[in-house]
Design a protein around this ligand. Structure first.
Ligand SMILES: C[S@@+](CC[C@H](N)C(=O)[O-])C[C@H]1O[C@@H](n2cnc3c(N)ncnc32)[C@H](O)[C@@H]1O
Length: 396
C-alpha cells in the first residue's frame, strides 16, 4: 500500500493511536474531567460554550474526545477517514447513550470534505500538521466557521518536536548499528517512558511517534509562519498552550492595539520562546533580538541535520550536527539574557556527548545514557501544542 496520508499509515500499521479502551478500562468520567480542566483553565473555553453548539471534529480516531464534546451537549459531526475507527465510535456512543448528540459520521479526509453548513467549533487534534499545504486546511476551516466561531487544533511544531525527532534519530541509528534487531526502542526509551505519567502504552507511542513516517521535520509547523497564515484568513489567536501571548506585556486596557501589532508581538514572543519549546521548560530569551535570531538559525540547522539522517541507511555521521551544537553552545555560554541557562547548556552538552557516542559506535554507553542521564530522561520538549482561533473578534 502506498502511504500518502497519516491515516493510510494507521490503516497499514493496524492501530488506533488514541484508543484508550483496548483493555476495556476507559473511564469517561475521569477523561472528561481532565479535558474540562484543560479547556477551561488553559484554553479559556468553559463547558457552557459548547452547550447546543454545532461542532465538527476532523480525525476523532476512536472518538474519546468526541464523547466529551457530546457530554457537554455539543451537536457533534465527525469526519474520520480510517474505516477501522468507525465501529469503536459507534460502540462508544451507544455505551454512553450519547447518540442523540451525534449528527453524522463522514468518512472523508480533510481535503475531500465539503458541506453546505457552518459550525460554531471546528476541531482537529493530533494530525493537521500532516495535511499540506498548510494554507489549504486553514482556508477550508475558516470557510466552515460561523462568525465568532472557534477552531481548536493541536500540532507538532518544529521547536517543540525536536526531542521526539531526536528520539527517532536514536532509534534509527540503533537499528542500523546494532546487531540486535528486537526491542531496540525498549532498550533505549523504556526507562524514560516509565518516568512520566501517561495514559497511552509504550507500544502506542512507539508506533505513533518513533515509527510514524509523518513525524518528520518537513511536516512540523513553523509557528511564526503559521500565525501569519491564520491572520491572512481573518483568524485571530484566542488562546493557546503554551501561551503565545506575552503576558508580562503591560499596557492600559483601553490602548488601541491593531491586529497587525498583536500578531507582531506574538511572533516576537514565540521567537524568544523557541528554546523553551525545545526543552519543554522555561528558557526565555529576553535580550537583544539579534541574539534570538542567531540562536533560532542554529536551532533550524540542528533540526534539519537531525531529520536528514533519517533518510540515510548507512554510515551516519554527526559532525555537522556537533559543529552547530558547539557554535550554539558558544552563544549560550556567553549570553546573560536567557533564563534557566545552566539547564539549557547541560541539555546541549548532553546531546553533544550522545552524538559523540553514536559517531564512535559506543552502543553500550549510549544505552546507559538513555537510561540514566537525568537531563535526557526529564526532557520531552513541547510537542503537540494547541491553539484556539476565533473568527472575527480580536483578542488582546
Ligand atoms: C493522532 S490521531 C488523534 C485522534 C484524536 N483527534 C486525538 O487527538 O486524540 C489522528 C487522527 O486523525 C486522522 N487523520 C489523519 N489524517 C487525516 C486527514 N487528512 N483528514 C482527516 N483525518 C485524518 C487519523 O485517522 C486519526 O484518527
Amino acid at each position: 500500500m502506498l502511504i500518502k496520508t497519516m491515516y493510510d499509515y494507521y490503516v497499514e500499521a493496524d492501530f488506533q493511536p488514541t484508543f484508550a479502551n483496548s483493555k476495556g478500562d476507559f473511564n469517561l468520567k475521569d477523561y472528561a474531567a481532565h479535558r474540562h480542566d484543560f479547556f477551561t483553565s488553559k484554553l479559556k473555553l468553559p463547558n457552557q460554550l459548547f452547550k447546543f453548539s454545532e461542532l465538527l471534529e476532523f480525525g476523532p480516531d476512536t472518538g474519546e474526545n468526541a464523547l466529551v464534546f457530546a457530554g457537554m451537549e455539543a451537536n457533534v459531526t465527525l469526519c474520520e477517514p480510517n474505516p477501522n475507527c468507525l465501529p469503536h465510535i459507534e460502540s462508544y456512543f451507544d455505551r454512553y447513550q450519547l447518540n442523540s448528540y451525534l449528527q453524522n459520521i463522514y468518512t472523508n479526509d480533510v481535503a475531500s470534505f465539503s458541506i453546505d453548513k457552518l459550525y460554531d467549533f471546528i476541531v482537529a487534534e493530533g494530525f493537521i500538521y500532516t495535511v499540506q499545504p498548510t494554507e489549504s486546511w486553514i482556508a477550508k476551516f475558516a470557510s466552515l466557521l460561523k462568525d465568532d466561531g472557534f477552531i481548536i487544533i493541536s500540532y507538532y511544531d518544529d521547536c517543540g518536536s525536536f526531542v521526539e525527532l531526536f528520539h527517532k534519530l536514536l532509534l534509527h541509528y540503533a537499528t542500523i548499528s546494532s546487531s540486535k534487531n528486537k526491542n531496540l526502542a525498549e532498550e533505549l526509551f523504556r526507562e524514560k517512558w516509565n518516568s512520566i505519567n501517561h495514559t497511552r502504552s509504550f507500544d502506542s507511542w512507539s508506533k505513533d511517534v518513533l515509527l510514524n513516517p509523518f513525524v518528520r521535520y518537513k511536516y512540523f509547523l513553523h509557528l511564526p509562519l503559521l500565525l501569519k497564515s491564520f491572520h491572512k484568513q481573518g483568524l485571530q489567536t484566542y488562546s493557546s498552550w503554551p501561551n503565545y501571548q506575552d503576558s508580562t506585556r503591560i499596557y492600559w486596557h483601553k490602548a488601541p492595539v491593531t491586529r497587525e501589532q498583536e500578531l507582531s508581538y506574538q511572533i516576537e514572543h514565540i521567537k524568544r520562546s523557541s528554546l523553551s519549546y525545545v526543552l519543554g521548560k522555561k528558557a526565555y530569551m529576553f535580550g537583544d533580538m539579534a541574539e534570538v535570531t542567531k540562536v533560532n538559525e542554529f536551532l533550524a540547522n540542528i533540526f534539519s541535520f537531525a531529520d536528514s539522517k533519517l533518510d540515510q541507511n548507512s554510515n551516519l555521521v554527526f559532525s555537522d550536527m556537533r559543529k552547530i551544537i558547539g557554535e550554539l553552545l558558544d552563544v549560550l555560554r556567553s549570553s546573560s539574557s536567557i533564563s534557566n541557562i545552566d539547564n539549557i547548556i547541560t541539555f546541549y552538552e548532553t546531546l553533544e556527548i550522545i552524538l559523540q557516542h553514536m559517531e564512535e559506535n559506543n552502543f553500550d554507553e549510549l544505552i546507559n545514557i538513555c537510561n540514566s542521564n537525568p537531563i535526557f530522561l526529564n526532557t520531552w520538549g513541547m510537542a503537540n501544542q494547541y491553539v484556539v482561533l476565533k473568527k472575527g473578534v480580536a483578542h488582546g
